[in-house]
Ligand binder design. Structure first.
Ligand code: ATP
Ligand code: SF4
Length: 324
């Protein structure tokens, strides 16, 4: 079980402090998936890195917790973090090539992981574990792939190998950060199917990061919508997609290309994400919100539980403007 509670993450830069994640809470059970969606700069990757215990040195999780089977990742020192990375939580990135040393064969890289994370000292055992991981991700001709260098594989194959590397140490949580963005549509679909199968067969808690709400339904039972680091809506995928409550989720859904809407019906969200160093007061979405009320400029909405989900919008707070 992955449990994130009241998480805040900030970056410390020469230009000031960037509060990238502000009070995010959710749970993901083994064998289930949570999709994190939002526009560029909403804090998706930062949240993923915090879960994977891989925040850069200029970032700090100032409040909250990230627990995997009870252990708070945020309290671990560098040695313990190194130990749990892989064996408790792994991460897959958008560009698989960046995860591999171009001078090593796939077999050398996977063998290294098997030796360090699974303690397999024998070369033959490490090779066998690497082969098993490649088979698990449906890699055709895995023996040949072990002897290949990263540049000899296509983008789709390399992403499969990156997933094999991530699951090799048998983690409980897998964070996949835009893993299909660089692939063509057919390959995207194959990788989504693979992640779905792995999460179910290995009992992984999957955190899937994307800016495309349209693909969330393919892999995840739940959706978390982030806006400027704030959790604006969290709930079951079908409910959020069919009847979004938060005006920002509604706007994101309007952006999903749909055949039945026909050409020209795609509505971009007016305005842009605010500068994280100068967030507007009150509700952070108010400058772009079509339902904005006077109180939205003053009061920061708290997350409220409603209809099996959590939504942060004053339209649903009851005390003011509780019209819905
Ligand atoms: P994208 O979809 O473009 O990857 P994102 O939703 O994943 O965006 P993040 O990359 O988490 O968003 O960024 C959240 C905020 O933190 C942004 O304002 C970004 O500029 C800032 N940020 C991200 N990484 C760093 C860093 N290493 N140092 C300073 N600020 C950072
Ligand atoms: Fe819009 Fe107000 Fe809700 Fe913010 S709180 S999303 S401005 S209606």
């Amino acid at each position: 079980m992955l449990e994130v509670r009241g998480l805040h993450v900030s970056y410390y830069t020469l230009g000031g402090v960037i509060r990238a994640v502000r009070g995010v809470s959710f749970r993901v059970s083994p064998g289930k998936g949570l999709c994190i969606v939002g526009e560029s700069g909403s804090g998706k990757t930062t949240l993923g890195l915090a879960i994977a215990g891989a925040l850069p040195p200029n970032a700090r999780a100032s409040r909250g917790s990230v627990r995997i089977d009870g252990a708070n990742i945020l309290e671990l020192g560098p040695e313990d973090l190194e130990r749990v990375r892989g064996s408790l939580v792994s991460m897959v990135f958008q560009d698989p090539a960046a995860s591999f040393n171009p001078l090593f064969t796939i077999g050398q890289t996977l063998g290294d992981i098997a030796r360090h994370k699974l303690g397999l000292a024998e070369r033959s055992e490490a090779r066998e574990a690497a082969l098993a991981a490649l088979r698990r991700v449906g890699m055709p001709d895995p023996e040949r792939v072990l002897d290949a260098y990263p540049h000899e594989l296509s983008g789709g194959m390399l992403q499969r190998v990156a997933i094999a590397a991530a699951i090799l140490p048998r983690p409980k949580v897998l964070v996949a950060d835009e893993p299909t963005t660089m692939l063509d549509v057919t390959l995207q679909y194959q990788i989504l199917k693979l992640l779905n199968r792995l999460k179910e067969t290995l009992g992984l808690a999957l955190v899937f990061i994307t800016h495309n709400l349209g693909i969330a339904a393919e892999v995840c039972e739940d959706i978390l919508v982030l806006y400027a680091g704030h959790m604006v809506e969290l709930g079951p995928t079908d409910k959020v997609l069919e009847e979004p409550l938060h005006p920002y989720t509604q706007a994101l859904i309007e952006c999903i290309p749909r055949i039945d809407r026909g050409p020209g019906r795609l509505k971009p969200i007016p305005g842009s994400m605010p500068d994280p160093r100068r967030l507007p007061g009150g509700c952070v979405f108010h400058p772009r919100c079509p339902h904005v009320m006077d109180i939205c400029r003053e009061r920061d909405p708290r997350p409220v539980a409603l209809d099996k989900r959590v939504v942060s919008c004053l339209l649903y707070n009851g005390e003011k403007g509780g019209a819905r």
